[in-house]
Every structure is written in C-alpha cells, then in structure tokens.
Design a protein around this ligand. Structure first.
Ligand SMILES: [Zn+2]
Length: 326
C-alpha cells in the first residue's frame, strides 16, 4: 500500500464511522462497480462523496520554468512579469474575445503566458515586476517551437507580490498562425481531460439543455441523451484540443452505462481515469475554435493503439528485412 492510499484512508476514516477495513472494501467494490476505470484514490473520493465526507486533495505541484515540458500533468509556477504586450481584441460570428501576452521569468528561465478574455479583464492592473502564481494552465508549443502557458480561467493566474522571485533571463514571444479546417487521422496520447459535466439531456424540439425533464420553452419533455467531454491530445509534434461526443465518450471511457458515466462526473478531476495517458488512433475534423482561436479536433473515431503489438510488428518487419539481406 502506498503512502497516498494510507493518507486517503486515514482522512476519510477520521471523518466517518467506518473502520479502515470496511472503507477499503467499499472503495475496492466501487472500483469494480466502475469496471476499474478509476484508481483507488478516485474511487475513494467517490466513497467520501457518498458518505458526505469532504476530502480536499490539494494539488501543490510547483515547478521551475525551465522544467516545464510539453507533456505534463497539472502543475503550478511562480514567475515575475518581465515583459507585457498590448491586449489584442478579436471579433467573429460567435462573439468577441481578447488575448494578452506577457512574459514571466524565475531564476531558471522565462516563458510566454497568454491571458484570455475574463483573465485579461481581471488582471487589467498587471504591470512589469508583478509576481504571479500560475496554476493548472495549459502548455502549448507555438510555431517557433517555444512553449507557452495559456490561461483561460480566472483561477489560473493570481498576483502575489509578497512572494520574492529572482529573475535570470528575458525572453521573446511570437504570435501563432491561423489554421484552416480539415480532417485528420493519427496516433495521439490523451494528456488531459477537462473537468466539466458530461451527461446532459436535451429537449427534442429545441435541442436546449433540460433540467429534471423540463424544457424552459416546451415544458415537460422526454429528453435526448447528450454526452460531451473535452481534453488535450498530443502526438509529440502537435498538441490540440479535442472534443468527444456521445458514443465517442463511451469509447473513450470504456463505459456504456450512463449511470456509471454520471459517477465519473463527480470525480474532483479526471487524472485518475485509466484512459489518461493512453495512446489512441484518432480520426476527426479539425477546425479553429472561433472563440479561443485554437485548433480543435472533433473526434469521430477513437481506438486504443496496442503499443506492444506495434513494437512487435516493427521488430518482425525488421528481422524479415534483415534475413532478406543476408
Ligand atoms: Zn425545448
């Protein structure tokens, strides 16, 4: 048993009347109920939720700027603003938006930070020399091969000038290029899934979300099931936003039962899901999200890639070529 498991069992145990053994049994049963797609920690969270016990799992993963990698779980940094660019406003059919680029540095290096929409407004007083804490932002590689952090939520950025940061270097920042619509097919790692509700019911007449079987316009209706998840996939060259709908959500999670999928929704984050980090063959349609101006793939088909099998195939081909050459 790992230290992490011990900690969780102890925390729930303290706040509930269950013994450690009972608790462990319940957690394992929950894992089995969900076809083992959630880890022990994830299942423990769901049990805690059922017991009305709150367990706060604090993400405290601070890294130095030079250690930021393209593929990384949620992480936080401290940085001092060393350069700021003007706010760019854009407008399109879906509405208007804005983005502001700044460069932050610590003693190890510097990185571009892009603030989007409400994050720009909430940080309108930002100035060079301010120290910011950047939490759970998204890493993107720009067209020049430099990594950037993108902040779409107000929780991503907070100023804290009490924190002292030594700065080593300065950096430059380039704008990214527009991309056209087209379809793609290829192998990608699933590197993150956004925490949002998955299961919805829509009014069959107006396709709007209904609550407790009632549409605001059409009254009591038989809702149509609608499922959606979004996340980030990466093939080592490109990192893109991906959206999964309906049966693709089931394929991704490996679960068809909607009630089980609703339980997944209750997890504090989706890091514990077994699909995270998996390598998939994905086909879909790429288009630019007109609001964020980023590429987004609507996934049409997703299949788990058997990496071990692929390696073996390559080895066999290689030995064939070798023996043919002898
Ligand atoms: Zn309706």
């Amino acid at each position: 048993m790992t230290g992490e498991k011990d900690k969780i069992l102890e925390e729930i145990g303290k706040k509930s009347s269950l013994s450690r053994e009972e608790l462990e049994k319940k957690i394992i049963a929950k894992q089995e109920e969900l076809d083992n797609i959630v880890s022990f920690e994830g299942a423990a969270y769901l049990i805690a939720d059922e017991l009305n016990v709150s367990v706060v799992k604090k993400q405290d993963n601070f890294v130095k700027i030079k250690d930021i990698k393209k593929i990384m779980p949620d992480f936080n940094i401290w940085g001092k603003i060393i350069q700021m660019f003007d706010v760019n406003e854009f407008e399109n059919e879906r509405g208007s938006g804005k983005v502001q680029n700044v460069i932050v540095a610590d003693e190890s290096g510097s990185i571009g930070l892009s603030l989007w929409n409400e994050v720009v407004d909430l940080n309108s007083g930002l100035k060079i020399g301010d120290v910011v804490k950047v939490e759970n932002s998204r890493v993107r590689e720009n067209n020049f091969g430099n990594l950037e952090l993108r902040c779409f939520n107000k929780e991503n950025v907070c100023v804290d000038n009490e924190k002292k940061i030594d700065v080593a270097v300065s950096g430059t920042m380039q704008a990214s290029q527009p991309v056209q619509s087209n379809s793609i097919e290829g192998d990608y790692y699933l590197i993150s899934l956004r925490k949002k509700p998955i299961v919805y019911y829509l009014c069959p007449q107006c396709r709007k979300k209904i609550t407790d079987g009632v549409c605001q316009t059409h009254g009591k209706v038989e809702g149509n099931l609608f499922m959606v998840m979004s996340g980030i996939i990466d093939n080592g060259v490109d990192r893109v936003d991906a959206v999964f709908f309906n049966t693709i959500v089931s394929d991704l999670l490996g679960i068809e039962d909607v009630e089980k999928i609703r339980q997944i929704e209750k997890l504090p984050n989706y890091l514990n899901l077994s699909c995270m980090g998996n390598f998939y063959h994905i086909s879909g349609t790429v288009k630019e999200n007109s609001f964020t101006k980023e590429d987004e793939i609507t996934v049409r088909k997703i299949e788990l890639v058997d990496i071990a099998g692929k390696t073996k195939e390559l080895e066999e081909k290689f030995s064939e070529i070798k023996s043919a050459g002898e």
